[in-house]
Each structure stands twice: as C-alpha cells, then as structure tokens.
Design a protein around this ligand. Structure first.
Ligand code: ZN
Length: 381
C-alpha cells in the first residue's frame, strides 16, 4: 500500500487519486475548501439563513415550520441548536434503522428537552434486516440502504406534513471534496442524493430492479419525486449557511448534556463519533477488510489536515486502532439482529477480505504487509 505524502490516505481507498507530488485528492480538496472558506462571508450567509427561516415562517404551515433529520449525534444537536431562538415549530426526524446504543438513546432524548418535537421512525424490521443482509453479502456494506433511508425519509415526512423547510447537515460535495457544481449547492437535488446518499447510484429503484424487492415497499428509501417538481418544501444544507466544524459541534452538544465515551472503544481513537448505533462499526470494519484502512485513518487524516495532529502522531493512532478486530459484544448483537450463525457471519466477512492487501503468516494470522510503511520512523530502515 502507498500513502498520501501529506495525510495517511492509502491508494486502495476507492475514488481517491494521487497527483504527481504523491498528494491525495482529499488533501487537495481540503486546500481548496480552506481557500473557499476564507472567501465566504459567513455573516452574509447567516443573514441569508435568516431570510430562509422568515420565508418558512410566513407560510404558516399546518403543523411544523421546519424538519431536521437527527441521529442524536453532536452534529444534529447543533443543527437543532441553530434553530432555537427563531420561534419555530421544529420537527426532528430520527430513523432508527439499526441497533441503537444506550448512549445513543440518551443523546437522542436530549432533542425534545431542547425544545423540538421528535419523531422516531422504525422501519419494518423484516424488510430492513433483508436489506442490511443484502448490502452486507453482495456489496460488503450493511449500511447501503440504511443510508438512503435516513436521507430520504425525513423529506417524505416534510412533504406529507407540508413543512416548508428541511435543515440538512453538511453538503459532502463541499466538505469532503466532490463535484464543484454540487459543492456550491445550498439545497439538495436528485443528482446530489444519487451520488452522496445512495452509494454509487445504488438507489431503491436500482435495488428493486436488481434484487426483485417490490418497489412499493422501498418508496421511503427513495428520493421523493415531489421534490423534483414542487417548490413548497425546500431542503437546505446547514454547511452552506454556517461553517461546519465538528469540534465546535461537540462543544455545543455538550452544553445540552451530550455524552461521549469515557475512553476510545475500538476501531478509532475518537470518543464522540459513531457511538449511537452498532452496525456502523461493521460498516467501518468492512473497509478494513476490503481496502486495508478504517475509521482511525479517516479521523487521523481529518486531524492532520486541520493541524491537530502531525502525520506521525496520526500514524501511531492508526497503528493502534485501525485494524482492531470487532469485539464479541458487537458480534453478538449482529448475530441476534441479522439472524446469522457465527460461522455464516465470519464466512461473509472472510469473503470480503481483499487478499491483494492482506496476507497470512505461518500461524494463519492475517496482516497487511507494508502497513504504514515509511511513515513511522522504526519502519524506515
Ligand atoms: Zn492526503
């Protein structure tokens, strides 16, 4: 594996490109983003946001003025926080698609305490289980359809309740580097949804056609057709109006009683991300099997780009956390939730292991030859 000269992104990461200086496209996008951020007049954007809110309130909608998709994470709590003080009737929409943790429930329940209404949608477990299994077995991604659902369902709710405004989170095209026309957008579009919510265009329609699941059952997983046509519900990205900053979001969320882990759990060193739901850990672990890097790499790269870690400090954290096995507590939950035997489950994981990246030693233990090679000093010799 080769690594970016500035961060720790490996060349096995899908869609990543390296320039002639050996720097990855994510680092280059970050430089562009930083330059763009300095060019943005955030005060003016906040004024724009105020007029968006004013328009929504003027509609005099029957039930709620604004809908916010929420996971109960620090970002969604910050989004609700942004709306307080505008005298709005807020409907927070949570999609409970997987296995919520205790800390996840605690954090989600802060939202009604903040002064918003909260609705929790729990999709048909039989269908949801089938979709998670399909994503896992066919594509090595258990969150394949959950991800489209949690983007699409709040839009369906907003349309049905005639809610004029939906406050989405970040525009990934801008935050993580993507098509420049999509990056400039302040509202969601079908094109954005198909690229960033549905993994590689794998929409509900596509799953229905390729896997024979009746489309009628999958409508909540699909970008609503009414969003293309009508203008009465506007869905905007928070990150267009406010500087999207995870650390700042954590500070805000803590003021409302947001809990994080006491110490890093597994797969990464951060204690406040991916803590509300368990299947995400499997999604992250599959990246390790398929591409040889995991969640700690993602987090370290972000911290390196933002100047919070040196590349070497980042590499040490990656070495410590990235390739950790999934603990038994998680596995037990997956077996119960998805209905696999232990043997079936591990057979699927092994099928996903990329043997170009992973090799077995004499004892049969898997390892990645050249992991972080040339980055940590002791490996330079
Ligand atoms: Zn990089």
């Amino acid at each position: 594996m080769k690594y970016c000269r500035k961060c720790l992104v490996p060349d096995t990461k899908p869609y990543v490109e390296f320039d002639e200086k050996g720097v990855c496209s994510a680092c280059r996008a970050h430089e562009k983003k930083n330059a763009a951020l300095h060019g943005i007049d955030w005060k003016a954007r906040e004024e724009e946001f105020k007029s968006v809110v004013k328009e929504a309130r003027a509609v005099k909608a029957p039930y709620y003025d604004v809908a916010v998709p929420v996971s109960g994470g620090k970002d969604s709590i910050s989004q609700v926080h942004r709306l307080l003080g505008y005298d709005l009737r807020i409907l927070a929409v949570n999609v409970d698609y997987g296995i919520k943790t205790e800390i996840g429930w605690h954090n989600l329940m802060l939202i009604p305490e903040m002064g918003a209404n909260l609705t929790i949608y729990r999709p048909d477990r039989k269908l949801q289980r089938k979709l998670i299994r399909l994503g896992l077995e066919e594509y090595g991604d258990p969150d394949l359809m959950s991800h489209t659902l949690l983007h699409a369902y709040p839009l369906h709710v907003a349309l049905k309740f005639h809610i004029p405004l939906v406050l989405l989170g970040e525009n990934s095209a801008f935050e993580y580097g993507g098509s420049s026309s999509l990056a400039q957008q302040n509202t969601i579009s079908r094109e954005w949804f198909e690229r960033y919510a549905a993994n590689a265009g794998r929409t509900a329609k596509w799953v229905s056609e390729t896997h024979g699941i009746p489309y009628e059952q999958l409508v909540p997983y699909e970008y609503p057709e009414e969003m293309d046509k009508q203008q009465s519900t506007k869905a905007v990205f928070t990150s267009y109006y406010f500087h999207w900053d995870s650390e700042r979001h954590l500070e805000i969320a803590k003021r409302y009683g947001f809990r994080e882990l006491q110490s890093p759990r597994e797969g990464t060193y951060r204690t406040y991300v991916g803590i509300d739901e368990k299947i995400n850990r499997l999604h992250q672990y599959l990246k390790v099997l398929k591409f040889g890097y995991g969640r700690a790499t993602d987090h370290a790269c972000e911290d390196i780009r933002n100047g919070r870690l040196t590349r070497e400090e980042g590499a040490r954290l990656v070495k410590q956390y990235d390739l950790e096995d999934i603990s038994d507590d998680y596995i037990q939950s997956y077996l119960e939730f998805l209905g696999y035997t232990r043997e079936e489950f591990f057979a699927i994981l092994e099928r996903m292991r990329n043997r170009e990246i992973w090799k077995q030693d004499k004892e049969g233990k898997w390892f990645i030859p050249g992991h972080l090679n040339g980055i940590l000093p002791q490996e330079k010799e």
